[in-house]
Design a protein around this ligand. Structure first.
Ligand code: PSU
Ligand code: MN
Length: 314
């Protein structure tokens, strides 16, 4: 074996012990992203929340597989100390799909976005993934072309993404249009109103409503049986109205954030973390509380879906 073939062999996905056991025993597994932890939530709350997300998955009968990169190694099922590292270390990269090989070959520490997490999870045979809000088409995208790689990746990745819609900092209508074009399936959980992340109602109807984990498991089975269509199912799980961020506060904070974004010339992958950080600091933690509730609710539902989709557990 030459040096280079040995090197190539180093780039396989590594499974955390708990995920290896779960795969061996056929237990339900839920994929979780790490960008939310490293770039989406402020320290020190981010570590506490990362642990709460995993615990919520366990409490609902599934095994959490938080995905990320440590020293260039792509890991499905980060150990607690590794999550702690990604939550607290400086210089953790935000890894989309296109960054994975670059991070691996350069020995990076990195957190995976919705795009990268779903691609890796699907490659690992995991069918359900929980996050907060998807990336999508940014406002002003007709000038900036800023559209998250979450959308194009989900168009070719067979996984169920449980989320509270797309982040309300985006153009929700344009994002729904793009998901239609890209062949990403969309349904509301218990509603046909597509949620708006911090706010319950994102202002748009979707074509499908699904009402139970068993029904969603049925969609997964039908897709697998038909073998037609490789795209994701985005399941919008809205916050109850009394738990949302006050819409007036939301709109004012967003307007201010967008102004700061333009003033500071923030672009590329810094946009989303910048706007989320602006929300969390200028609402004095109110948006943070809401963000955490969103993620925990999605983690619980994702675990219930994974359980319903796992034969021995249904
Ligand atoms: N949802 C949250 N917080 C986040 C994100 C999602 O509640 O921080 C992250 C996800 O990792 C998502 C990314 O993939 O934001 C989108 O970034 P961009 O718009 O640069 O693609
Ligand atoms: Mn972007």
């Amino acid at each position: 074996m030459t040096d280079s073939t040995r090197q190539l062999g180093r780039f396989s996905i590594r499974y955390g012990e708990h995920v290896t056991r779960a795969r061996r025993d056929g237990l339900p597994v839920v994929a979780l992203e790490s960008t939310i932890v490293s770039h989406g939530l402020p320290r020190p709350d981010n570590l506490r929340v990362a642990r709460e997300i995993e615990q919520t998955v366990r409490d609902n009968g599934a095994v959490p597989a938080t995905i990320g990169m440590i020293g260039g190694e792509l890991i499905v099922g980060l150990e607690d100390a590794q999550i702690e590292h990604l939550a607290g270390a400086d210089g953790v990269a935000k890894l989309s799909v296109r960054d994975l090989a670059l991070g691996a070959a350069t020995g990076a520490d990195g957190a995976t976005t919705v795009a990268a997490t779903s691609a890796v999870a699907a490659a690992a045979g995991i069918g359900v993934f929980a996050t907060g809000g998807l990336g999508g088409v940014h406002r002003e995208a007709s000038d900036t072309f800023d559209e998250s790689a979450d959308l194009t990746t989900l168009s070719r990745t067979p996984i169920v993404v449980v989320c509270a819609g797309v982040k309300s900092i985006l153009d929700v209508g344009a994002t729904l249009e793009r998901m239609e074009t890209l062949g990403v399936a969309v349904a509301g959980y218990g509603t046909r109103r597509f949620p708006g992340f911090f706010i319950t109602d994102g202002g748009h109807e979707v074509d499908w409503q699904l009402d139970s984990p068993a029904q969603i498991a049925g969609v997964m089975a039908a897709r697998a049986d038909h073998g037609v269509g490789a795209g994701a199912l985005v399941l919008g799980n809205p916050l109850p109205v009394d738990e949302q961020l006050d819409p007036a506060l939301h709109d004012a904070t967003l307007a201010e954030g967008l102004e700061l974004l333009a003033r500071d010339g923030i672009t590329g992958k810094a946009v989303t973390p910048f706007l989320l950080a602006h929300f969390h600091s200028s609402t004095e933690g109110k948006s943070l509380e809401v963000n955490v509730r969103i993620i925990l609710r999605n983690a619980a539902l994702a675990a219930q879906i994974a359980v319903a989709a796992t034969p021995a557990h249904a």
